[in-house]
Design a protein around this ligand. Structure first.
Ligand code: 1HE
Length: 265
């Protein structure tokens, strides 16, 4: 671990970003957002997949409440009117940028931490993870894209319950509400996220890009427009890499699909 606010390392084709303010439970202040923005852009430039995790015992405690207090008390200048919220810009670069992201979650994943996690495309939690939206208790509102992203993941009923009552969800409850796709024993979330990232990196970049950029946009469209957009995206000139992958299957050289029941793990 270093004294950087966000650690960055490139492991093969995977960029690994770690929120690194464990003494403040990885709460996000303006400085963290600035460093995260650079790290996310760097990952998009040089990696095929990104992995997000948190150093210390928590993924992220959300908005830095000390900074929020200073703003509320008029001690710092509010952001310029009309300037897009910096969190939106950075989280959207994760969600709809050039590469897919996997989030490895543990401990607190609350408020803005949950908003950041839901910007990733796949989330893995270890059994210590818990999810919450304590904005109601703090007298504020979600501001990092949660009204759109978290609400799409869990639905209004669950999000309203979490915000109105302050209810915290365990890792398995998070899995039930589709916040996470994988729950692993404590301490193993990052390893599993790296495994998934390596698998994702084997896909073609074009297919990954369509999964992360076209699919969610189709989800926002009406039925007919969605089918039309799908038609546009599936009837493109095939790349040489696609032809090679199809040939491998036709010639019996592709890795077989192994049904879960037959898997020996
Ligand atoms: C913080 C923050 C923070 C911890 N901003 N400093 N988020 C929240 O409402 C969650 C607030 N945090 C907590 O409820 C707890 O800290 C945790 C459950 C995450 C962890 O508990 P614990 O017992 O391990 O740590 P702690 O003793 O509460 O905190 C350790 C230190 O981290 C302490 O600072 P210290 O200088 O006294 O050691 C805390 O003040 C500090 N700390 N969380 C600033 N969030 C774009 S809109 C998004 C809106 C939101 O994200 S709202 C949700 C905000």
């Amino acid at each position: 671990m270093t004294d950087e606010l966000v650690t960055y390392r490139l492991e093969g084709r995977v960029a690994v970003l770690g929120l690194n303010r464990p003494d403040k439970r990885n709460a996000i202040n303006e400085a963290v957002i600035d460093v995260l923005r650079c790290a996310v852009h760097r990952a998009g430039d040089e990696a095929d997949v990104g992995v997000l995790h948190g150093h210390g015992k928590n993924f992220c405690a959300g908005l830095d409440l000390g900074e929020a207090l200073a703003r509320a008390a008029g001690q710092t200048r509010p952001p310029r009117r009309g300037k897009r919220h910096s969190w939106h810009e950075v989280f959207d670069t994760i969600a709809r940028g050039p590469v897919p992201w996997v989030a490895a979650l543990h401990g607190a994943v609350v408020g803005g931490g949950l908003e950041l996690a839901t910007a990733a495309h796949i989330r893995v939690a270890d059994e210590s993870a818990f999810f919450g939206l304590p904005e109601g208790q703090r007298g504020i509102f979600v501001g990092g894209g949660g009204t759109v992203r978290i609400q799409r993941v869990v639905g209004y009923t669950v999000m309203a319950d979490m915000m109105l009552t302050g209810r915290l969800l365990s890792a398995t409850e998070g899995e039930r509400e589709h916040i996470v796709r994988y729950v692993v024993p404590e301490g193993q979330a990052l390893a599993r996220a790296m495994e998934l990232a390596a698998r994702i990196a084997k896909n073609t970049h074009e297919t990954n890009w369509r999964i992360t950029n076209v699919l969610p946009r189709i989800n926002d469209l009406a039925h007919d427009d969605g089918l039309f957009m799908e038609y546009l995206n599936s009837n493109l000139q095939r790349s040489p890499e696609t032809a090679q992958r199809l040939r491998e299957f036709v010639e019996g050289r592709a890795a077989p699909l192994v049904a879960p029941a037959q898997k020996k793990e």
